[in-house]
Design a protein around this ligand. Sequence first.
Ligand SMILES: NC(=O)c1ccc[n+]([C@@H]2O[C@H](COP(=O)([O-])OP(=O)(O)OC[C@H]3O[C@@H](n4cnc5c(N)ncnc54)[C@H](O)[C@@H]3O)[C@@H](O)[C@H]2O)c1
Length: 292
Amino acid sequence: MQDVAGKVAFISGGANGIGFGMAQAFVAADMKVAIADIDSDAAHRATARLGKRAVAVPLDVTQPEAWEAAASKVEAALGPVHVLCNNAGVTSAESVLHDTPLEGIPTDEWKWLMGINVTGQFYGLKTFLPRFKATQDLTHIVNTASMAGIVPQSRAIPAAYTISKYAIVGLTEQLRLELEGFPRIGLSMLCCGLVKTQIQSHSLKRAPHISELEKAKSADNPFLDALSSAMSPENIGKRVLKGIRDNDFYIFTHPEYKPLVQIYHSEMEASFGASAELGYTDPLPTWLPLKR
Ligand SMILES: NC(=O)c1ccc[n+]([C@@H]2O[C@H](COP(=O)([O-])OP(=O)(O)OC[C@H]3O[C@@H](n4cnc5c(N)ncnc54)[C@H](O)[C@@H]3O)[C@@H](O)[C@H]2O)c1
């Protein structure tokens, strides 16, 4: 979608961080933006900074009916949506407070994080894909994954977060196959390394399963908002805009992760040995997308 001027973007989690960086880049390119966020105050502060081409709509991405209501409000205010940025996300709130092994993740935390990071994006697609398939206009979807969904990096990235981002990589790769017959719908998967946002404190503040007492104790945690010297969300936003214009499927913003990806992929490739059943061969060419 080279010509983005006048197009409408719907950005979940657009009130802060990476989503707001996208909104800034889009408005600078004469697009209109809907800041759809659970934090209404932050959403209104964001639209005040963005000017008259931006509107705020309340959205909890875990509520399918809220998606439909938000989409209708945006269509009434700005016109049909052309770009969906499925971006709202949280990190593990528990991990800000404790070093928790996988089996120690509280069930409430697992459900909360997966509900936002994974199911939230699924609901976004359920809301907008039928609209995008029905229109003759060019449209585009950007799913925010993470480098954490391409390679696990270290214990510093919480387990539940990594698992949720692997799910978004699977969701987006599958969607790419399903959109092969829809050349007017572009698709990108945003995979960032560290970005200078307040995802840790925002996640802790919103986590319903952590007591106010525990949240108050976290103020002394030196690792809270450890992302303060990371890449700027404004530059991520500009790269996403370029990705929409050029229809880049993979949007990798941090090239320094490439050697890590190569290590994992080389190990996988080297691990393909002999067939488990002598003489058996899957009929790959008829159903696998071997050409890209
Ligand atoms: N910061 C990083 O280093 C980094 C790296 C890679 C990927 N990401 C991903 O980028 C996305 C944005 O994260 P960020 O770092 O900008 O964090 P952020 O906290 O600055 O922004 C996230 C936004 O999502 C909103 N949100 C949270 N729960 C919501 C819900 N239920 N419904 C609607 N909105 C909700 C928050 O209010 C906030 O405005 C996330 O998907 C995150 O996983 C972040």
